[in-house]
Design a protein around this ligand. Structure first.
Ligand SMILES: N[C@@H](CCC(=O)N[C@@H](CSC=O)C(=O)NCC(=O)O)C(=O)O
Length: 298
């Protein structure tokens, strides 16, 4: 059995499952939580569930969003499952991996590191885009004790916050057809041009890879390089009271400029007066993001 169920929590008529499994991508145990809406639990063989992936930000585990993101109410109403991966491998025993909040543990940036020593374990792109979908969307029921529960890989959407917003946008652009829509809360929209992204990319790829490798993992650079479809079904929310926005960590305007320059349609960026970077902001707009995904996956 791929997943081990660590906890089952009743919420909004459905169940939040805290799962653990041994990852072949990161070569570590990985935590992942999955919200099952009530519709998944009402019959022994429910129809396969549409799925929204939520990628969390720096320092987070799956618990931050499941405890205070409030996606479950809207997900329950629509009959959508929500998957919450962790933000990095844990306990890889790499020197320095726990030294800072914005690199290493809790800061995997949803990329596959190419630089030593990180490349042995820090493979969050493959983990989120390939390994987890493979486990969840396989023919066998992936959840121990709930053999009838299936997830529909043809109806998947992706969202995320901050570092996770960067992950959602870049994985959407890098894996055409895998996700039907994308959205982001306060995303790190141009990591190659902000301190968080520069630190992470220098560590995971090397300082000397700025002109090639870094750009492949940067939403703004991907759009500039023509990697966005003509219609990009993206909803992006940013709070104007967000200190990280004010400090130039997010740079959503650079993404907007690239979208405009390339004539990409369908991208909606909303600026909300006074909202900060926290889960007060995320929970306020969570329903809008689930509704956005629902338009494409129901
Ligand atoms: N501890 C750091 C700030 C870390 C932080 O704010 N993390 C955000 C995501 S930031 C971008 O990816 C977060 O979601 N934190 C968890 C939470 O529950 O709020 C510092 O001290 O500056």
């Amino acid at each position: 059995m791929a997943f081990e169920v660590k906890a089952t929590i009743a919420t909004f008529g459905g169940k939040l499952l805290k799962l653990s499994h041994q990852s072949t991508s990161t070569r570590t145990p990985m935590a992942v939580s999955v919200y099952l809406p009530p519709s998944a639990l009402q019959t022994a063989s429910p129809p396969p569930l549409p799925v929204l992936f939520y990628l969390s930000g720096l320092t987070c585990t799956p618990d931050n969003c499941t405890e205070k993101g409030f996606f479950s109410a809207a997900a329950a109403a629509h009959g959508i499952a929500v998957v919450y991966p962790d933000t990095s491998p844990r306990g890889a025993a790499i020197a320095g991996e726990d030294d800072s909040y914005d690199f290493g543990s809790g800061a995997g940036f949803y990329v596959d590191a190419t630089a030593a020593p990180w490349r042995a374990h820090y493979r969050m792109e493959t983990y989120v885009a390939r390994e987890l979908p493979g486990l969840l969307f396989g023919a066998a029921g992936p959840i121990p004790g709930l053999p009838g529960v299936r997830f529909d890989g043809a109806r998947a959407a992706i969202t995320g916050h901050s570092m996770g917003g960067h992950g959602a946008l870049t994985l959407y652009l890098k894996y055409p057809g895998q996700w039907r829509s994308v959205s982001a809360f306060a995303p790190v929209a141009n990591p190659a041009a902000c301190p968080w992204g520069q630190k992470a990319f220098a560590g995971y790829f090397g300082e000397d890879r700025k002109d090639d490798e870094w750009k492949k993992h940067d939403a703004t650079e991907l759009v500039r390089a023509g990697k966005a479809p003509p219609e990009l079904p993206a909803l992006i929310d940013v709070g104007t009271g967000d200190n990280f926005y004010k400090q130039g960590q997010l740079l959503p305007e650079n993404l907007e400029a690239a979208v405009k320059e390339k004539g990409v349609k369908g991208v909606q960026v909303r600026y909300h007066a006074d909202y900060d970077h926290s889960y007060y902001f995320i929970s306020t707009f969570a329903q809008d993001h689930v509704n956005h995904a629902a338009k494409y996956i129901l």
